[in-house]
Design a protein around this ligand. Structure first.
Ligand SMILES: N[C@@H](CCC(=O)N[C@@H](CS)C(=O)NCC(=O)O)C(=O)O
Length: 315
């Protein structure tokens, strides 16, 4: 007889078969009904662990049918259910972020933690301290570094966008994960982050320009209509018109990334040379900043912002 289809259980029940003995009478479920049966054998073999009781049906009309069954199909006082061991309470992780006193790649992580309401130690590392710290870290280490501590263990996490996605995966705003879980929304989120990456690195070569005036002119040129960063910024601006937020109608790490990274390229910023009207042709970028920074946790986080963070403060 075919067993009744089992309902999916989240915590599997563990049965204690030690009280069952050959010859014991019991009731066995088959296709939704219970039938009288007798224990023929109780196996301790590993490959019988799911259905270790061999029974022989005794109900009228079914005599002679034998079957291997598990505790889930049996009613018998001698069959006990093992209490699952008490789940160890996982200690909550605590976080510390190392980053320079600038916005750049660290600030999207800070802002995401703030938006998600995840407390963290904002360990701001100035250049001279970084010089001492770097040799103590694994070769090639760069900031931002997120230190995630759980109990006795601390893990150092590197790579800003990987950290951002991690933080967005554990953090939510109004019950919605900041790194979307749905495949399409996650695609939209990553799409926008990658669009930012299409133009963001193009300013890096200006660090090599020794002459200050020349460096500032080169940066200004990057965001003019014939500059190398402008087309990517325009494309992003257009894409941001598609939904209320970058990945749909809820905020995500993509919004945080767009806003914080884009505002590296408009004064006030730590990168001198960029103008104060970079986004004059790109209203969706500015509108997204205003909308994102008006969300209560970010409004609170940036309420006293000044200098290079002043653009993130909303009235
Ligand atoms: N791909 C890395 C790049 C990190 C990076 O370039 N970090 C810079 C600051 S934005 C840094 O730590 N520079 C100092 C150094 O390399 O010693 C990431 O996204 O985290």
């Amino acid at each position: 007889m075919a067993p009744k289809k089992q309902q999916k259980k989240t915590v599997p029940t563990v049965y204690d078969y030690s009280g069952l003995e050959t010859g014991m009478r019991l009731q066995v479920e088959s296709e939704g009904s219970y039938y009288a049966a007798e224990v023929v054998q109780v196996s301790t073999s590993k490959n019988r662990s799911k259905a270790p009781i061999k029974i022989s049906y005794k109900a009228k009309g079914y005599e002679g049918y034998d079957e291997w069954v598990g505790g889930d199909r049996v009613r018998c006082k001698a069959l006990k259910v093992e209490k699952p061991p008490p789940q160890e309470k996982k200690e909550k992780a605590t976080f510390k972020l190392n980053y320079f006193p600038i916005t750049a790649l660290g600030e999207p992580i800070r802002a995401t933690l703030a938006l998600a309401g995840i407390p963290f130690e904002n360990d701001v590392v100035p250049g001279d301290r970084w010089k001492d710290l770097k040799p103590t870290l694994p070769d090639g280490s760069q900031m931002p570094i997120l230190h995630a501590t759980q109990g006795e263990n601390t893990e150092m996490m590197f790579q800003s966008r990987a950290i951002l996605r991690y933080v967005g995966s554990i953090g939510s705003y109004k019950g919605v994960r900041l790194y979307p879980t749905g495949p399409k929304a996650r695609y939209y989120c990553d799409e926008v982050i990658e669009m930012v990456e299409d133009f963001r690195p193009k300013f890096a070569s200006t660090f090599d320009i020794k002459d200050q005036a020349e460096k500032e002119a080169a940066r200004k040129a990057l965001v003019q209509p014939d500059g190398a960063m402008y087309p990517g910024m325009m494309k992003l601006n257009e894409r941001l018109g598609k939904f209320p937020f970058a990945a749909g109608d809820k905020p995500s790490i993509a919004d945080v990334y767009v806003v914080i990274v884009c505002f590296m390229f408009q004064q006030p910023t730590f990168l001198d040379g960029f103008p104060d009207d970079t986004y004059k042709d790109m209203p969706n970028i500015t509108a997204l900043k205003d909308k994102l920074m008006a969300l209560p946790p970010l409004k609170e986080y940036y309420k006293d912002a000044e200098g290079i963070r002043a653009p993130f403060k909303v009235a």
